[in-house]
Design a protein around this ligand. Structure first.
Ligand code: GTP
Ligand code: MG
Length: 255
């Protein structure tokens, strides 16, 4: 049985942290659960200390804030599961099915990375251009170990880099819809000014990640082209076979 490590990165999430950690522990009794908190100033820490009396999980409190990617890497280094599930600390209405959807592709080895798509988001989930940046994602430890230093310090560029890397490597990425999962955006959590500032800096970190990793973008394009040409070749040989068969039939009918 493949062991799962659930890593929850949390920064000032006093509103939702208790329910998130409880759900992760309750719905995944055999999994290793770890919360990585680097410098929360609200009640997140106290809530987790109290919750530690009810549920078994590890609480890593880092002295200063170094960003989500740093916390993710720290979580990977401090856990041992073959499968790593990252789960954001600001979501709610979490169900057992969400974990089944995110982890099943690893039990039947039908994907290398699974991206969970909360249905309830700011932009309709069917057209959401940011769906690939979801915080609910699972992968094999063996794959992410090779990029830990690439992602440690890129803050909110982390999901972008991981996606680019997996696409460049031609790995199998699967989207699963997380029905009912609620992911409020920052405009719903704080003031317009603070939210705008946050999204601008997030946008800069994501843009920087693209600019600094165009080699991955080139490899991704090459992969797509190779894939397309392979499909075309398959189609050509399929048509060829059909033509040959019909010619043969035609000649047989002549005789
Ligand atoms: N440890 C740690 N966690 C962080 C940090 N920044 C964000 N997080 C956590 O990472 C998750 C995603 O962060 P959000 O701020 O919600 O980012 P987002 O989901 O892209 O943005 P929204 O759409 O506005 O929610 C949440 O669980 C945060 O608590 C950080 O600097 N350190
Ligand atoms: Mg969020």
């Amino acid at each position: 049985m493949k062991k799962v490590s659930i890593i929850i990165c949390a920064f000032n999430e006093e509103e939702t942290i208790k329910k998130v950690v409880s759900a992760c522990c309750r719905f995944n009794p055999t999994a290793e659960v770890m919360v990585v908190d680097d410098g929360s100033t609200d009640a997140t820490g106290q809530i987790l200390k109290d919750l530690g009396k009810e549920y078994k999980f590890r609480y890593e409190k880092l002295p200063e804030n170094k960003g989500k990617s740093w916390a993710m890497v720290h979580g990977v280094e401090q856990t041992t599961g073959d499968i790593i599930l990252f789960f954001d600390a600001d979501v709610s209405r979490i169900s057992r099915q969400h974990f089944k959807s995110l982890l099943k592709p690893f039990m039947d080895d039908s994907a290398d990375m699974v991206l969970g798509q909360p249905r309830e988001t700011m932009i309709d989930y069917r057209i959401n251009p940011f769906k690939s940046l979801t915080g609910e994602r699972a992968m094999y430890r063996s794959d992410i170990m090779s990029i830990l230093e690439d992602i440690r310090e890129i803050r909110f560029g982390v999901e972008t880099f991981i996606n680019l890397y997996y696409q460049a490597e031609g790995k199998r990425i699967k989207y699963v819809l997380l029905e009912g999962l609620l992911h409020p955006n920052t405009f719903e959590k704080t003031s317009k000014v603070v939210a705008t500032k946050k999204y601008i800096s997030e946008g800069q970190e994501i843009a920087l990640t693209y600019m600094n990793n165009y080699n991955l973008i080139v490899r991704r394009i090459e992969n797509k082209m190779n894939h397309a040409s392979r499909k075309t070749m398959d189609l050509i040989s399929e048509v060829q076979v059909r033509i040959n068969r019909e010619i043969e039939e035609f000649i047989n009918n002549l005789n």
